[in-house]
Write a protein that binds this ligand. Structure first.
Ligand SMILES: [Zn+2]
Length: 439
């Protein structure tokens, strides 16, 4: 597989940096107090939860009291369908979005007028961290409509003053036409779709007719192998944007030009990392589940919301000079960990091993089955140029990393399904009882 040298210039430090400062502790404390009060006063659903947990809102002073507050989960929000966790009168709701509902009943997320502004402001900050200015043309290749992605990417880019080209996902011919004819500099996509587009551009040899400089890639976990493949094929610098529908949507965090962790906007929400088993908060550096509490969100505030995303907190400030704290790039979700022969394995482990092999591509699939009804079998299908002997080496490295024996099948490029949305990494063919972890 040919490797192309990446020639892009390093992204300059965000221009708004001078005006930024991390919020003072008093501001965070005040935000937490307000959130709890608003939830208690504005929503019967929240009031019942806080009462059940024995929380008297007037006794909450701030950040130090977070551990006393009850957690909330996706299932809790589903139970409050459609708008039970809204804390403002319904006439003051300006917009409603929904999470995709791929893992169950969808949840609705409502926004006040100020929430929509706050979201655009956060998203604009993400774009600035990626070096986007008024001079850029931003092609938004993610879904519009009820899902949060498209409108967030559009509002943030408009706030920065860039030109938005809202193509939405799919329709490769249209994407390439717009890119070439308008001189798109920035693409926004899921990693799967960015790879699909990158491969298409490479196979048509049309890279030199394009002005692409950067990609803003989000909405699913993607490894460093996938990232370098996209960057190399398109000769761009890509940025990893973070978000979830319950917390505004995408745009609530992004990595900076150092590409070492994701900055999170601590003036809008507080991040804790907890042990998903014991629910105890974890210190910086330790991997666990991201839990968020909003500080300003009006229509649907979150109190200790368990995101199911796995990451860790950085202790030290970033060398880029940003005042905002960092979390590690998302390692996966607490629910994408599968148990095989009693051992918990995660797609992220496969990612990191595969990315060390030059001759392998970033697309892979983990197939788990129990052919004889007794013993789990794991087959990792990966695209690449290697022969069967290369597969043996990869299998050995995966066994070392994951602690279970796996078989590796190297298939030719383009064999595995390309997705316009999120790629399915794990195909568990066991019965739910066998897998023991299917919710
Ligand atoms: Zn930084």
């Amino acid at each position: 597989m040919g490797r192309v040298t990446v020639r892009h210039e390093p992204t300059p430090a965000p221009r708004a940096r001078a005006a930024e400062s991390s919020p003072a502790r008093e501001a965070i404390d005040a935000g937490i107090r307000e959130t709890v009060e608003k939830a208690y006063e504005g929503s019967e659903w929240w009031r019942a939860r806080l009462d059940d947990a024995g929380v008297d809102p007037s006794s909450v002073r701030g950040r130090a009291d977070l551990p006393l507050l009850p957690f909330s989960t996706k299932q809790d929000l589903r139970d409050a369908y459609p708008l039970g966790w809204a804390t403002i009168p319904h006439r003051d709701i300006r917009r409603v979005h929904a999470s995709s509902g791929t893992t169950g009943k969808r949840t609705l997320c409502a926004y006040s007028a100020r929430d929509l502004q706050d979201w655009a402001d956060q998203f604009a900050r993400c774009y600035r961290y990626a070096g986007v200015t008024e001079a850029d043309k931003v092609q938004v290749m993610v879904g519009f409509g009820l899902w949060t992605a498209g409108s967030g990417f559009q509002a943030g880019a408009e706030r920065v003053g860039a030109t938005v080209v809202p193509t939405g996902p799919g329709n490769i011919e249209l994407q390439l036409d717009m890119m070439r004819d308008l001189g798109t500099t920035t693409i926004c996509a899921t990693s799967s779709f960015a790879l699909l587009i990158a491969e298409e551009i490479a196979s048509r040899g049309m890279r030199d007719s394009l002005q692409l400089r950067r990609g803003i890639i989000g909405s699913e976990r993607w490894g460093s192998g996938m990232r370098s493949r996209i960057d190399e094929l398109l000769n761009i610098e890509s940025f990893d944007i973070y978000g979830l529908t319950e917390l505004y949507g995408p745009g609530v965090g992004i990595d900076c030009s150092r590409h070492d962790g994701i900055h999170v906007w601590s003036d809008y929400y507080v991040v804790e990392i907890i042990d998903p088993e014991t629910l105890e908060p974890l210190p910086a550096g330790q991997e666990g589940e991201i839990v968020v509490t909003t500080l300003r969100k009006e229509a649907m505030p979150l109190i200790r919301y368990r995101t199911r995303d796995r990451s860790w907190l950085y202790e030290e400030p970033c060398s880029c000079g940003s005042p905002f704290p960092r979390i590690g790039r998302i390692l996966g979700r607490t629910d994408d960990v599968v148990k095989v022969r009693g051992v918990a394995i995660a797609p992220a482990q496969v990612d990191s091993v595969l990315s060390t092999f030059e001759e392998l591509g970033p697309e892979y699939q983990i197939r788990i089955s129990r052919p004889d009804g007794r013993r789990d079998q794991v087959v990792v299908l990966v695209e690449g140029d290697g022969d069967a002997s290369a597969g043996t080496v990869v299998a050995e490295r995966l066994r070392e990393a994951m602690g279970v024996r796996v078989e590796v099948e190297i298939v030719s490029y383009g064999t595995l399904p390309r997705s316009e949305g999120k790629s399915r990494r794990v195909v568990d063919e066991r019965s739910p009882e066998d897998a023991g972890n299917v919710s």
